[in-house]
Design a protein around this ligand. Structure first.
Ligand SMILES: NC(=O)c1ccc[n+]([C@@H]2O[C@H](COP(=O)([O-])OP(=O)(O)OC[C@H]3O[C@@H](n4cnc5c(N)ncnc54)[C@H](OP(=O)(O)O)[C@@H]3O)[C@@H](O)[C@H]2O)c1
Length: 318
C-alpha cells in the first residue's frame, strides 16, 4: 500500500488537533479522478469544521482529512469517468463530508472538478473553487444580480467577497464594498465603485435603496445583518452566507431574505467560472502561499478574520 502525507484530525478541537502525518493514498472510485494535489486553500469552513461547529450539518468519521479546494494533476481515472484523462490539470471542490485536499492525493467525483483555467497556475487555481462557487450561488443563482442594480457587499475583501464583487461587476451592477481602511484600495482595484471603512463609517448612514445586500459578516460583526434591512429598497433582497435572515424582519421591510448554501459544486459552474477567469473578468486573489506542513499558521491567520483574498497551501513541492 502506498502512503502519502496529509493533514488529518482525529477529533474536534483547536489548532493542536491538526496533524501532518502519513496515511494511505486513496483508491480511485468508479466515478472519480485521483488527483495528485498541487494546492489547496484555507476556507473559514475548514477551521469551523475542525472546531466541531458544523456537526449539526456534517458528521465526520475520524481520522478526517480537511480541505475543500483542490488543484492538481489527474493521476488515475475511474472506469465510469468521461472527459478527463491522466495528466489533465484540474481544479475543484471536495464535498465537506468527504476526505479533503490537505493531502498529497485526493480521490474526488469527476462531477466536482473541471479543467483548470488556462491563465492560472496551479497555486492561483487552488484559491478559486469554493469562494467562486459560493459567490456564484449568491450573486447569480440566488440574487440574479443584473445590469443597473446596486449591490452592497459586506466583507468585500475576503475570499468570497472579492469573488462576489467581481461577479456583480461582470453582471453590470454598481458595487459598494465594506472593509477596513487597509483594504479600501484593494476593493477598488477589483471593481468596487464605492468603498466603506466599517471602522469609521456606519454604512446605513451613507447607503440607501440598494437592490441586493450580500452579507458575509452577520450579526456577530457589529449587527451587520440587522443593520442592513433599512438600506434595501422595497422588493430587494438580503442574501446571507453566515446566518438565516429572519422572515419576520424581511416581511416588515418588504424585502426577501435568503440564506445561501454553497453545497453544490459542479463541473458546469466551475467551467463557466474558468471561462470568466480566462477572459480576464475574474481574478484569483492569493495573499499568502504556505507549505501544507504550515497549516497551523494558515488556520491561525484565517481565524483572525482579516485575510485578503485567500491563503493557499502548497502540496507536493509544486
Ligand atoms: N453558507 C455557505 O455555504 C458559505 C460558503 C462560504 C463561506 N461562508 C461564510 O462566509 C463568510 C465569509 O467567508 P470568506 O471565505 O470570504 O471569509 P474570509 O476570507 O475569512 O473573510 C475575511 C474578510 O472579512 C473582512 N471583514 C472582517 N470583519 C468585517 C466587518 N465587520 N465588515 C466587513 N468586512 C469584514 C476582512 O476585511 P478587513 O481585514 O478589511 O476587516 C477580510 O478581508 C465566513 O463566515 C464563511 O464561513 C458560508
Amino acid at each position: 500500500m502506498r502512503t502519502m502525507k496529509a493533514v488529518r484530525i482525529h477529533g474536534y478541537g483547536n489548532r493542536e488537533v491538526l496533524s501532518y502525518e502519513d496515511t494511505l493514498r486513496p483508491e480511485v472510485g468508479a466515478d472519480e479522478v485521483l488527483v495528485r494535489v498541487a494546492g489547496t486553500s484555507v476556507n473559514p469552513f475548514d477551521w469551523a469544521a475542525r472546531n466541531g461547529y458544523v456537526t449539526a450539518y456534517y458528521q465526520y468519521t475520524f481520522p478526517h482529512i480537511l480541505g475543500l479546494d483542490v488543484s492538481g494533476r489527474v493521476e488515475a481515472v475511474g472506469p465510469e469517468v468521461k472527459g478527463f484523462s491522466i495528466g489533465d490539470e484540474v481544479y475543484g471542490r471536495a464535498h465537506p463530508t468527504r476526505n479533503g485536499a490537505y493531502a498529497e492525493y485526493i480521490s474526488i467525483p469527476a462531477a466536482q472538478v473541471a479543467h483548470k483555467p488556462r491563465s492560472l497556475d496551479l497555486m492561483q487555481a487552488a484559491a478559486v473553487p469554493h469562494v467562486a462557487i459560493t459567490a456564484w450561488r449568491a450573486m447569480i443563482d440566488t440574487a440574479a444580480v443584473a445590469a443597473g442594480q446596486t449591490v452592497l457587499i459586506h466583507g468585500a475583501a475576503g475570499g468570497v467577497g472579492s469573488a462576489a464583487v467581481q461577479l456583480a461587476k461582470w453582471r453590470g451592477a454598481q458595487v459598494i464594498g465594506t472593509g477596513s481602511a487597509y483594504n479600501l484600495d484593494f476593493m477598488r482595484s477589483i471593481g468596487a465603485d464605492e468603498v466603506i471603512d466599517y471602522n469609521s463609517t456606519r454604512f446605513e448612514q451613507v447607503v440607501r435603496d440598494v437592490d441586493v445586500v450580500l452579507d458575509l459578516v452577520g450579526d456577530m460583526g457589529d449587527n451587520t445583518l440587522q443593520r442592513s434591512w433599512q438600506v434595501i429598497k422595497p422588493g430587494g433582497m438580503l442574501a446571507s452566507l453566515v446566518q438565516f435572515p429572519s422572515p419576520e424582519d424581511a416581511a416588515a421591510h418588504g424585502v426577501q431574505g435568503s440564506f445561501v448554501s454553497s453545497d453544490v459544486c459542479d463541473t458546469q459552474t466551475l467551467t463557466e467560472i474558468g471561462e470568466l477567469i480566462d477572459r480576464g473578468q475574474l481574478r484569483s486573489i492569493v495573499s499568502t502561499v504556505l507549505p501544507l506542513a504550515k497549516v497551523h499558521q494558515a488556520h491561525e491567520q484565517s481565524e483572525n478574520r482579516h485575510v485578503r483574498g485567500k491563503i493557499v497551501l502548497q502540496v507536493n513541492g509544486h
